[in-house]
Design a protein. Structure first.
Length: 219
């Protein structure tokens, strides 16, 4: 699932979207081997909260994240052992209220089945002001309940992520970093409401607005 700082969200799976797909997106780079995590400054920097400094001990602590939205709550368990850079970044942003007051800007209901969130601009072009490498891609699959990173090509992760609300086939190019433990029914309710097809049939802004009121991190 691609975010689109220059264009093309989910373009690898839903062509055309009226924008060029980064050439590298079709052949993702091998996942980075994570012994330490590097967060590289990047633009744009929307709702900037600083850049994480990786702490391996803190990153290893299990947690759950609960997103309280206008359509109901969704909770997922972070896979800190499989995607430490990604889960550390998500926790860093959540604890600084980065996601609070934002909305999920994209829903797909044909061929792939995801709800995309995490962009404070609501355009698909937003970034927290840094990027970091892919993780956990070897053999990656995207069954219902998966939480994974959106990107604009290999190793371009930022703040945007997506929930898989129905089993979905995607190339192993989007870092899986969580599993929904409560609220899959909420995601399916949002999906049943449909979207506006602004990106083509089955791909657009959710008809039921999904405003994230707060993200709570708990052990």
């Amino acid at each position: 699932m691609l975010r689109k700082p220059h264009a093309a969200l989910l373009a690898a799976a839903l062509l055309p979207l009226g924008a060029a797909v980064p050439a590298a997106a079709a052949a993702p780079a091998p996942p980075a081997q994570t012994t330490a995590c590097t967060y590289t400054p990047a633009v744009p920097a929307d709702k900037f909260k600083g850049i994480p400094v990786f702490d391996a001990a803190k990153a290893a602590r299990p947690y759950k994240a609960t997103l309280r939205t206008s359509q109901g709550a969704v909770t997922f368990r972070a896979e800190v052992d499989k995607a430490p850079c990604t889960t550390y970044s998500f926790k860093f942003l959540a604890q600084r209220a980065y996601f609070d007051g934002t909305h999920c800007h994209r829903l797909t209901t044909a061929r792939i089945y995801v709800l995309q969130c995490g962009d404070p601009t609501g355009t698909g072009s937003g970034s927290p002001g840094y990027s970091f490498p892919d993780e956990n891609l070897t053999g990656a699959t995207y069954p219902a309940g998966t939480v994974a990173m959106a990107n604009a090509g290999p190793n371009t992760n930022g703040s945007q992520f997506f929930f898989v609300w129905k089993d979905t086939k995607l190339p192993p190019a989007y870092t899986p970093f969580g599993k929904v433990t409560a609220g899959l029914g909420t995601l399916r309710k949002i999906a049943a409401g449909g979207e506006d097809d602004q990106n083509g049939p089955g791909d657009g802004f959710p008809t039921l607005p999904v405003d994230i009121k707060r993200v709570r991190i708990s052990s």
